[in-house]
Design a protein around this ligand. Sequence first.
Ligand SMILES: [Cu+2]
Length: 405
Amino acid sequence: MKNIHLILGLVWSIIASNFNAQSQVITTNLVAKMDVIPTFSLWDGNKTLLMGYTKFIGSKIDLPSPILEYYEGDSVNLNMRNFSQSAPHTIHLHGLDVNQENDGVPHLSFEIPHDSTGTYSFVAPHPGTYLYHCHVVSPLHVQAGMYGLLIVRPADKSKTTWSGGYAYDKEYAWLASEIDTFWHQYQRIHDLSAGTTPILDYKPQYFLLNGKSENQLESESITSSINKTVFLRLANIGNYGNTFVFPSATKTRIISSDGRPLPSIDFSDTLTILPGERYEVLLSSEVLLNDSISVSYFNLNTQIVENIQSIPITITQVNSISTIESTGMKIIPNPASSAFRITFNASMPDDSEITVYNSSGQKVYARIISDQTSLNINTLSWGRGLYFITLNSGGQFTHQKVMLK
Ligand SMILES: [Cu+2]
């Protein structure tokens, strides 16, 4: 009898330990909403109406909808409250191997009518980049804005792409889409009958990455430092194809496609992503860089590129980007033409050093300074472009950029 208790106790402790390792239950609440007045700002100052998911009932609808983030093995209860006044909505978990009941495809799963709440339950699968979107009249509801990224990270919470995968230093996620404002008009967003009209004539005027374009894309910039690894998640939820072009210096490695690791690393400067697809890439540069990653939006019927957006990428010499913002020195004027002056916040201690690099990482200027509060630098022979200035003051590094025009 004693032995049976011992065995039962042992079995229970094994069950309990497995249970503890995998049973993190996560509850996420989303509200499905539709705008009554246009509040989403486009790059040119125009505003448009959206349908979308928000975290709170009072939140403004943003594009894309919030990123849902989980760790592998999490038991997720995703609650969705429909507060959109008219149309029913669902959440389709695109790329996740969830059962049909929780898949958010109407008629196979369930729809959530206005002022009702439904729950999608699933276990977070293999670490990767996934999408979620509404599956009710999906061409219209997705175009209206009902989409977002779902990210699964390794259970051990390490900064690796998946268990036993690639280590990285920084992570970014970019979701591409388009807006045709015709499909965002009030009567189309709010009229239920519009839901039965397919999108026949789709002519987007706005080509987006994380809901932004043109000058708004500054906020999506990638900043990293030499020999550090950037993990970039890419996804396309638009109706156009996307071709990303990376600077060759970033030695872009394509490591996964649609949530599955690729059997071998593909080094490539270009990557085409079709609607619904996701890719994951690693970027790492051995040289300083001030460049951009471009994304072309091409019409799937004509294959014609209708728009190109570019997102800045800056690779600096330092490990910590925060020091870039350091105000230990000022550059006047900036942009400069034939000369500029550096002024220091305090008199520099002896043996401080100013070094200037061009955007290819070559040193173009170096000078030891001592007990100085400013320094004039002649740039007549340097050529146009961006230069990186490093101040080494007793082992403390400060960085600034100067543009020569
Ligand atoms: Cu919907």
